[in-house]
Design a protein around this ligand. Sequence first.
Ligand SMILES: [Zn+2]
Length: 288
Amino acid sequence: MRFTEVGHDVWVGRYEWFDVNITLVRGTAGLLVVDTHASAAAAREVVADVRALGAGDVVAVVNTHEHFDHTFGNGVLLAEYGAVPVHAHEVAAARTVEAGEWIKARYDEPANADDPHREEVQETEVVPADTTFSSAVALDLGDRMVELVHPGRGHTAGDLVVRVPDADVLLAGDLVEESALRQGVPGFGSDCYPLEWPLTLDIVLGLLTAGSVVVPGHGAPVDREFVEAQRNDIGILAETVRDLATRGVPVAEALDSAEWPFPREYLADAVSRGYEHLPRSQKRLPLV
Ligand SMILES: [Zn+2]
């Protein structure tokens, strides 16, 4: 059985490709599916696993952000379950097609010619979310309410977390990272907001209790303490970027000019994005 219950009528399915999590929340109205995996083919496996669980039909879908490993199954879910709403933050929904084309172009590069998933990614029709919100919205699943909250920018500009208050479960998307596939390093990509990320996680921490189960986008479920530690590490990264820029260290030398809370090879985008986002008043030109 793919799905494991992590809270009352909340199941997580963990998939080997990208170590990504798909979560189901059941109410009397039916199932909410959070994230849809990285291709149409992968989503067909998810649908088979949902049917095998036998917990009912899907009545709504959520994308925690626009990246393909969380959205490329949208079309298959809609084909299988009819015109159910697909929810996302307004920025994530607006960027889904563009982000999808970008990743298809990456898979098209000669360096990725041998990637076993190349064709299934290329073949997937990108279907963005059709139901959006700005800061927060509650979804009615019949006998329980589920909250979608945009706690601020971090992994992307359109991250959301899903809170299931009656089960004390929070689905964090890629704002929290656990997977050993990337040594537990948060996803600092070319579209991340490293300086805002710690503040965003402060909002998330405010939604958690000592007993909360937190499901990351990738890897095993964690607790509040784990999120707090990761927030602090990202906070150190942000303060280090700020410090280097204030002292006039050029961005090209920044990575080698400090100690970092994560392995350096994952941090190039975090540093360049951090420099980019600092207000001009906090950047000093190097003295020559
Ligand atoms: Zn992801």
